[in-house]
Design a protein around this ligand. Structure first.
Ligand code: T4K
Length: 409
C-alpha cells in the first residue's frame, strides 16, 4: 500500500510486485488436452503442410465466425501480406496511422505506399471522413483496423470503398470473437486478417488466418500460402510459405475449447478495473459496447495530463518501477517509425487526432495470468499517483535533474 511518495519504487520504496506483470501474457487452455494433441501429431509424424489439425482448426474457426473460408497461416503479418496481394492491391492503400507497425509493413513490403489516415479519438478506428479525403487516382484499397477490440465503422467504409471502386480489407488482429451490430468479425469487407500471436486473446503460439466469404480470393490465398502448388510438381501461381504448423493448430484447437473462459476472465478484469478506477479525474478507461460480443482483451487507459498533472509517460515509468510493464501501444504512430518517418516527414500534419492519442494511451495487464488481488494493488498505485500528480511530477523532475547533474559531472 502506497501512502507517501517515498513508498513508490521509483523514489526508493518497495516494489509492489515481486514478478513482472505483463501486457500480453498468453492465455493457455487445458495443458493436458494440448499435450495429448502434441502426442497425436508426433505419433502421426505429420508436422505441417495442411495437416489434420490445421484442417480441423480452419473448419472450427470458419464455423465459429459463420464465414465460408478460413485459411490458417504462420502469423498474422504473412496472412495480411498474402491477403493484400491476392486482393490485387497496388499503388496506394489507406490505413490508420494508429496501428501496430505490421499493418503498414505488410503494404510497404510489396512496394505499395501506405497512406496514413487519422482516427476517431473516441473509438481509435480509422475516420471514414478522412479516408475519403485521401483517395487519389493511385488508391486501390482501404485497410480498416479493428484496434484494441474497438470495431471500425464498417458500413461507412464499405460505402466509400464501393463508391470509389476500392478493395476493402480489415486487420482484425485484435478482434477475434468480437461483433459489430450483431455480426461477428470475419464477415466484413473482401477479407479480414486474424492474428493468433501468443499475446492475442486466442493464440496458436505464432499464427494467423485470412477469413473471407469470397471463393475466388480464398482459392488464390490457399495457393499463395503454399508456394502456388496445385498438386505434386504443379505450380500455378506465385507464392510463399505462409503455412501454419500442426503444433500451432494443436494449441489453437485447445484454446478454442477455453474461449468462453478467456472472455469471462477478461470481462471480470475489465469490470474490476472500471470499478476501481472510476471517477479519477483525467483518466478514462476505454469502454466496450456490452450489447456486442467482445473479447475484452485490452484494458486501455487514457491519461489527460492537463488534468492529472502527471504525464502518461511518467505514470508508465512509475508503474514499470513497480514491476507493472504497462505498454503505450501504439506510440509514436506508424508515421513516426522508419521507413515512413523518412518517406513522409510531414505526415503528422494530417494526423492531429493520432498524434494526441499516442501521447495518452496506456495498456494495462489483463488475461488469465492476473488475478483480482493484483488488479486491486495495481489500481491502488494508479489512484495514489493521480491523487498526488503535481507533487510526484515535481519530485520526479528533481530526481531526473539531480541524476543528469551527476552524469554530467
Ligand atoms: N496487426 C495488428 C493490429 C497487430 O497488433 C499485430 C500484432 C499484427 C497486425 C501482426 O500480427 P502477428 O504477425 O504478430 O501475428 C506484440 C506482438 O508481437 C504482436 O503480435 C502484436 N500485434 C503487438 C501488438 O504486440 P510486442 O513488440 O509488444 O511484443 P513483446 O515481445 O513486447 O510482448 C508483449 C508482452 O507480452 C511482453 O511484456 C511479454 C509478454 N509475452 C510475450 C510473449 C511473446 C509473454 O508473456 N509471453 C510470450 O510468449 O508485439
Amino acid at each position: 500500500m502506497k501512502q507517501s511518495a517515498d513508498d513508490l519504487a521509483i523514489l526508493g520504496g518497495r516494489v509492489a510486485f515481486a514478478a513482472p506483470l505483463h501486457v500480453g501474457r498468453p492465455n493457455i487452455g487445458d495443458r493436458g488436452a494440448l499435450l495429448t494433441r502434441i502426442n497425436d501429431l508426433l505419433d502421426r509424424c505429420w508436422l505441417t503442410n495442411d495437416g489434420p489439425f490445421v484442417q480441423e482448426l480452419e473448419q472450427r474457426i470458419a464455423e465459429f465466425l459463420g464465414v465460408r473460408h478460413c485459411i490458417a497461416m504462420c502469423n498474422g503479418t504473412v496472412a495480411l501480406e498474402i491477403a493484400i496481394r491476392a486482393a490485387g492491391l497496388t499503388g496506394e492503400v489507406i490505413l490508420p496511422a494508429f496501428t501496430f507497425i505490421a499493418t503498414a509493413h505488410a503494404l510497404q513490403w510489396q512496394e505499395i505506399t501506405p497512406v496514413f489516415c487519422d482516427v476517431d479519438p473516441q473509438t481509435y478506428t480509422i475516420d471514414p471522413f478522412q479516408v475519403e479525403r485521401l483517395i487519389t487516382p493511385r488508391t486501390t484499397g482501404i485497410i480498416g483496423v479493428h484496434i484494441l477490440g474497438q470495431l471500425c465503422q464498417v458500413e461507412a467504409l464499405a460505402e466509400i470503398a464501393n463508391r470509389h471502386n476500392l478493395k476493402l480489407l480489415f486487420d482484425a488482429a485484435h478482434a477475434f470473437a468480437c461483433s459489430y451490430k450483431g455480426t461477428i468479425i470475419g464477415n466484413f469487407g473482401l477479407a479480414e486478417m486474424l492474428s493468433f500471436h501468443a499475446t492475442k486473446f486466442f493464440n496458436t503460439f505464432e499464427g494467423g488466418a485470412v477469413v473471407t466469404n469470397n471463393d475466388d480470393l480464398a482459392t488464390r490465398i490457399r495457393l499463395m500460402k503454399n508456394f502456388g502448388f496445385a498438386g505434386y510438381d504443379h505450380v500455378i501461381h506465385v507464392g510463399t510459405n505462409g503455412k501454419m504448423s500442426e503444433v500451432s493448430a494443436a494449441m489453437g484447437l485447445t484454446g478454442l475449447e477455453s474461449l468462453e473462459e478467456f472472455v469471462a476472465t477478461n470481462y471480470r478484469n475489465y469490470k474490476q478495473y472500471a470499478r476501481e478506477l472510476e471517477g479519477l479525474p483525467g483518466l478514462r478507461l476505454l469502454t466496450y459496447d456490452e450489447s456486442e460480443r467482445c473479447n475484452f482483451q485490452y484494458i486501455v487507459l487514457e491519461v489527460d495530463e492537463v488534468v492529472t498533472n502527471i504525464s502518461r509517460d511518467k505514470l508508465m515509468e512509475i508503474l514499470h518501477a513497480e514491476n507493472v510493464l504497462a505498454r503505450r501501444y501504439f506510440y509514436p504512430g506508424c508515421h513516426k517509425m522508419e521507413p515512413y518517418r523518412s518517406y513522409f516527414p510531414n505526415a503528422g500534419l494530417l494526423l492531429p487526432k493520432t498524434e494526441a492519442l499516442v501521447q495518452r494511451v496506456l495498456c494495462l495487464p489483463t488475461g488469465t495470468a492476473i488475478g483480482p488481488d493484483e488488479i486491486s494493488k495495481l489500481c491502488q498505485v494508479i489512484r495514489f499517483v493521480v491523487a498526488h500528480g503535481p507533487e510526484l511530477s515535481l519530485k520526479l523532475s528533481a530526481e531526473q535533474e539531480e541524476y543528469l547533474e551527476e552524469v554530467v559531472v
